[in-house]
Structures are given as C-alpha cells and as structure tokens.
Design a protein around this ligand. Sequence first.
Ligand code: CO
Length: 298
Amino acid sequence: MATSDVDLESEQYEKHREAGEILSQVRAETVERVEVGESHLEVAEFAEDRIRELGGQPAFPVNISIDEEAAHATPSIGDESTFGEEMINLDIGVSVDGWLADTAITVDLSGNPELANAPAEALDTALEMIEPGVQTGEIGGAIEEVIDGYGYNPVVNLTGHGLGHWEQHTEPTIPNRAVSQGTTLEVGDVVAIEPFATDGSGKVSEGGDEEIFALEREGSVRNRQARQVLDQITEEFRTLPFATRWLDSSRAKMALRRLKSQDIVHGYPVLKEDAGCLVSQKEHTIIVTPEGCEVTTD
Ligand code: CO
C-alpha cells in the first residue's frame, strides 16, 4: 500500500490504539499477581475480566506458559494449577471491534533473569530498526544477534505476525533469526514482534494438551450441544481463538470434539521446547509510521 493511501488517524488505527492502551494497563496489573502459590485460573480470569471492564474483549485466552512451554497454554475448566519457582510467559491480547493488540512478557520466578532479559533487549533492538522499507529478515537477524550475545538461542520456528481485522495471525511474518527471503514493512502495517529465547535447542513442537481453539470454517452440525457451542463461537469469538472454559455449554468438551472431527474448529496444542528447556518471551504490537513506529502496547 502506498504511503498516501494510509490515514493513521482513521477509526481502525484509533481502535488498534485503544486496544493497546487497555492491554498495557492489564499487563501491568496482571504481572503484579504472578507469585508463587497463586492460581493460574485466577490470574487468567483476572486479566480477561479487566479487559472487559476497560471496554475491550480478550482477543484470545490469556496464555500462561510455564518453563519449557513457549505458548498456547491456558487454564482448563476448574484448573487448580498454581505458580511455582518457574519461568512464566504471559501472552495477552485485546480486541476492540476486531482491531487487535497483542503483548507478552516473561515473569521469571525461576532465578534466570538473564534469560528473561534476552528477548526484552532483542525486542527493543528490533523496535529501533522499524521504519518503512525495513526488511523483515533484517529484523530477524538483529533479534538473533542480541539473543546469541546472551549465549542463548532464539526459538526459530515461532515468529511475529501481522494483526488483521478479527485475525490474530496474518502476513507479514517477522522471523526471530536472519532469513534471506523476507518482506518489507510499509506505513500502516500493524505488526506484533515477539522474540523468544531458550537455553535449549531453539525449536518448539506441539504437545498433547489443547485448551485453545478457533473457528476453521462455516459448517452445520446436527448434535444440539455442538450446534449451541458453534452459535456461541460464531457470534462471540468469530475467527478469534477462544478457551474451552469460555463456553457456556455444560458439554463443551464433547461439543468441541465433534466440531473438531468435522474440521469446523481447530485446536492450538501447547508448544513446548524440544529439549525440554526454559523459554522466555517478550512481545509488543506496533504501527509502522512514516518516521518509524508507534508501539501501541507500551
Ligand atoms: Co503474538
């Protein structure tokens, strides 16, 4: 899109900013609550409720990923897990009428502050580079260099991403390592940049657990419970990810199994570091401006 076509004061960008402001506040309040012995479910629900109180909607279930988990973990219905002396990644998103903001931070209770600092410094470095015309591969290279400098590996198969209307992951992809085939950022692009660092192999794979789902395609189901769940999904969450615990149905799990078997919804399995090592993360959402970028989740 040519620069002249983009009005950064238009309603869509104002809603991105509003989502970012809500998210910054909720992130700060949520981090305060992460302590040894506190409940995962209470922390997730606190954050999600605060987002609603402040006028947004959660763009996806609050991710609470522990130690070797990199992403996509969220409490189950009645979850009794509590925080221990662990590395905790909180990933939170806000939607204002489908316009999104996405942020993540590591709270280190494991005694590995440098591992938590590495992606934070990598993100700062990336943000300073952003301007119209910058190559995504160059951003990835800078992220890799900073994390490398700490003696850790970036997680190379997780990336930053564009944020579309009601779409949590769109083009462009922002790699966490140097790549030759990238794309160029343009004025008006709304992008989440999210470096991950690990003391392990630098790759993650899908684990067995799934608590987060999203609509894959339109469809119809005969089963009454599945139909009721599908109605809630299409009305409330649309194409954004949701948690099993957000569903009103008392047969939510059964309904989701049916919807999955028909490829109407898909799951997001928990992503775990391949060597079982710790993973840290930091993420901000930005709008590319003529001069550089505006961080909406600062
Ligand atoms: Co993200």
